[in-house]
Design a protein around this ligand. Structure first.
Ligand code: COA
Length: 168
């Protein structure tokens, strides 16, 4: 499996599984019926953003995006998003994408990575991020309306990218 910078032509393969993740409404605060055009702008068009894909023989199985969490004076802290096709989940693609994105972020000079809204019931993701050194800084109670669980918390998760930070 190769992890590389996304190309414009990759979107056609990203959209079907990204649409499924968004439509499920369990992990992202996006409208569940987000249009393809809006999704493309959100994922591929963030200011200062970079997009990566995990591909197996040209078949795109997962994607990640990396962008500054805030503009200007907050631009040294990055944020990132991850989506893996459900048929390819649990095979290490999310972990590989996250490792790559963390490395790219550190190389780009970001000082930390922050996730603003990790749904607390998304336990696979929460434990993956914790295993990569992220800490839950706060949980905003009831901030996410889950289609099955009702109002659940959103974690703010953070990891330093400084060379001397404690590693997992
Ligand atoms: C979260 C997500 C990116 C993880 O990607 P993935 O390729 O399935 O994850 P991996 O196979 O790399 O597994 C990472 C860890 O997650 C857990 N995990 C993943 N899938 C699992 C499954 N089906 N059952 C149990 N544990 C699972 C495991 O603890 C695994 O740890 P390990 O490497 O020690 O075995 C993916 O499930 C996804 O796209 N989910 C929907 C969108 C989303 O939640 N994005 C993140 C928002 S914060």
């Amino acid at each position: 499996m190769e992890i590389r910078e996304a190309r414009e032509g990759d979107w056609a393969q990203i959209w079907p599984f990204l649409r499924d993740v968004v439509a499920a409404g369990e992990t992202y605060c996006w409208p569940r019926d987000t249009s393809e055009a809006d999704a493309r702008t959100w994922w591929m068009g963030k200011p200062g953003g970079r997009v990566f894909v995990a591909a197996d023989a040209d078949r795109v199985l997962g994607t990640a995006e990396l962008h500054p969490n805030q503009p200007a004076a907050g631009g040294h802290v990055c944020n990132a998003g991850f989506m893996v096709a459900s048929h390819a989940a649990g095979r290490g693609i999310g972990r590989a994408l996250a490792g790559h994105v963390l490395e790219q972020a550190a190389n780009a000079g970001y000082r930390a990575m922050q996730f603003n809204a990790v749904v607390e019931t998304n336990t696979n993701a929460v434990s993956l991020w914790q295993s990569l050194g992220f800490r839950i800084l706060a949980t905003i109670p009831g901030a996410f309306r889950h289609p099955g669980h009702g109002f659940v918390g959103l974690h703010v998760m953070h990891r330093s990218l400084e060379a001397d930070a404690p590693q997992p």
